[in-house]
Design a protein around this ligand. Structure first.
Ligand code: F6R
Length: 234
């Protein structure tokens, strides 16, 4: 079941997303799945400006670049510290360890998720319909896995690094199956560049060619979109 909330822009989306977050908390949610990227920043801003107490709660992030330490300025762990954890600490915050070997880290992360079932998972949406680092073609049955970044992603990321040799070629990401285990999912998308992905996610066939279409099979999904992102819906 997908419930769609239309908002005017990302700031309004942050307020609507904050309400979903605060409602989950009020209903006893203990574990929050979190995402990086530009989309969730307005929710994190609302959270950091609120009086919510997360000091007894747990967070589990979706993904991390392989090879980057938690304190590397381009790591997702660093991003989370900057936007949320430093201002609103959780009791425990898990982000995949980019320096750990793939086999042990992906297994360890699945165990963390099994031990801390996610009550509410926040997601952004890629222009090609990806969620987490699960690109089109990823099997819906995938748990936490090592992902090869596409050449276009590597090139797009290069501007953030001193030289191209530093740009990670791999990442660790929760899989589609890991994400689908969450009790409730909040996915947000803003801007015209996301309009095709939004339409495919909500109205298209459920297909591994569009990772976010898997969410049609989840019992409790909230979609927050602005008018531009909603512009290709029927
Ligand atoms: C982030 C993540 C990605 C982003 C997606 C959208 O942890 O896993 O799937 O959510 O690429 O990115 P933005 O929000 O920057 O448009």
């Amino acid at each position: 079941m997908m419930k769609i909330i239309r908002v005017k822009d990302q700031v309004a989306g942050g307020k609507a997303g904050f309400k979903v977050f605060a409602d989950a908390l009020a209903q006893g949610a203990q574990v929050f799945g979190l995402a990086t990227g530009s989309t969730p920043i307005s929710v994190y801003d609302e959270i950091t400006n609120s009086d919510l107490d997360l000091s007894e709660k747990t967070s589990i992030n979706l993904d991390e670049y392989k090879g980057l330490a938690a304190d590397h300025p381009q790591s997702y762990h660093y991003f989370m510290n900057e936007h949320l954890f430093s201002k609103k600490p959780f009791k425990a915050s898990y982000v995949p360890d980019g320096l750990a070997p793939a086999a042990s880290e992906t297994k360890c992360y699945d165990q963390i998720i099994a031990d801390n079932p996610i009550n509410l998972q926040l997601l952004g949406l890629g222009q090609n319909g990806h969620i987490g680092f699960n690109e089109p073609g990823t099997a819906f049955s995938t748990q936490t896995h090592e992902v090869s970044l596409t050449e276009s992603t590597i090139q797009a990321n290069a501007r953030f690094f001193a030289n191209e040799a530093e740009v990670p070629h791999f990442a660790y990401s929760m899989g589609i199956a890991s994400i689908m285990q969450a009790q409730q999912i909040l996915i947000m998308a803003y801007g015209a560049a996301k309009a095709d992905a939004v339409a495919a996610m909500i109205e298209g066939p459920v297909t591994e060619a569009v990772p976010a279409s898997a969410l049609q099979n989840h019992p409790d999904v909230i979609v927050i979109i602005d008018d531009a992102a909603a512009s290709k819906l029927k």
